[in-house]
Ligand binder design. Structure first.
Ligand code: DOR
Ligand code: ZN
Length: 357
């Protein structure tokens, strides 16, 4: 199926409506409890499936915990919505290789997430050195289980804007070379170095890209004052890096696919002297990408990125239902309810230029 656009050729700025396969989100934070109930409908309205990140407290480290978490997600899903949570396990220094078999045979777990310890929100129990999980990674390579990587070094001597590039050199490139059969998703890439690494690697290496890294550069962190709701990990980068990411996704390579990294935090946890990393984007999780692809003159490439490349990489069926996006601006609320708290979404009080019909 190719995207059907009305009023003009796909890819042109004059497109008014675009029908694509229902998309999937290959990188999502849903949290748990009241927060889960508050954010899940935003994703389930737009996406058929999502890889649900395991950085809860305590982290989702075992197959049994992931199956329990999956049940809680399905229990929180409003009856009229259809959505399939795809689970992933949080790797620790102590993950046993036998967990790889257990996860795979569950039929509900589609990867293992590598958080370098200390790299981001709730990563304290993550991996301190990939050498500690060598037997687990070997088992994953043998069984074709996907490794999802938060690709940043945690070395405090490395400049925060260089942490992704140093991770490629120090950890990811040697790992991919040592285990050529390992399937890897380099999550939420932010740099030209990451784009080039993925394109130069074998076909089992792919990457997700967030809407904020396609739409904003690091100036957005300081526009008129410090902007905690634009802070995420990896942090926004310079304009040349953003342009490289946009060029990569607009180029249509099957190596790049949609992963919002929508990461809700209570307003008071963001607007703080030490604010949490995470941008909430699920309220406009496909609409924001439509803006980015439109700006690149590549709306005809949105469907591949959002609904085809990820499914193909994970070996899952492509969705057959469709959604229609219309070019009609709407104003994003200043905040949404979030349990007993408030959640400030990306573009709060400003416009998003596409909406779902
Ligand atoms: O900004 C981020 N927020 N990056 C991550 O890697 C984790 C996420 C979260 O869980 O809040
Ligand atoms: Zn994430």
């Amino acid at each position: 199926m190719s995207p059907r656009a009305s009023a003009a050729l796909p890819g042109s700025a004059a497109v008014k409506a675009l029908t694509i396969r229902r998309p999937d989100d290959w990188h999502l934070h849903l949290r748990d409890g009241a927060a889960l109930a508050a954010v899940l409908p935003f994703t389930a309205t737009r996406f058929a499936r999502a890889i649900v990140m395991p950085n809860l407290r305590p982290a989702v480290t075992t197959t049994a915990q992931a199956l329990e978490y999956r049940r809680r997600i399905l229990a929180a899903l409003p009856a009229q919505l259809r959505f399939e949570p795809l689970m992933t396990l949080y790797l620790t220094d102590d993950t046993p290789p036998a967990e790889v078999e257990r996860a795979r045979s569950s039929g509900c777990i589609f990867g293992f997430k590598l958080y370098p310890a200390g790299a981001t929100t709730h990563s304290d129990d993550g991996v301190t050195d990939v050498r500690h999980i060598a037997p687990v990674l070997e088992r994953m390579a043998e069984l074709g289980v996907v490794l999802q990587v938060h690709g940043e070094v945690t070395d405090p001597a490395v400049d925060v804007f260089d942490r992704e590039a140093r991770f490629i050199e120090r950890t990811l490139a040697p790992l991919v070379e040592r285990l050529p059969k390992l399937r890897v998703v380099f999550e939420h890439i932010t740099t030209r170095a990451a784009v080039e690494f993925v394109l130069a690697s074998h076909a089992g290496v792919a990457a997700t890209v967030t809407p904020q890294h396609l739409l904003m550069n690091r100036n957005a962190l300081f526009a008129g004052g410090i902007r905690p709701h634009h802070y995420c990990a990896p942090v926004l980068k310079a304009e040349a890096e953003r342009a490289a990411l946009l060029g990569a996704v607009a180029g249509g390579s099957g190596r790049f696919f949609l992963g919002t990294d929508s990461a809700p935090h209570a307003r008071r946890a963001k607007e703080s002297a030490c604010g949490c990393a995470g941008v909430f984007s699920a309220h406009a999780g496909i609409e924001l990408y439509a803006e980015a692809f439109e700006a690149a003159g590549a709306l005809d490439r949105l469907e591949g990125f959002a609904a085809v490349h990820g499914a193909d990489f994970y070996g899952l069926p492509r969705n057959t239902a469709t959604i229609t996006l219309v070019r009609e601006p709407w104003e994003v609320p200043e905040h949404y309810p979030f349990g007993a708290d408030e959640l400030v979404p990306l573009r709060a009080g400003e416009r998003v230029h596409w909406r779902i019909a």
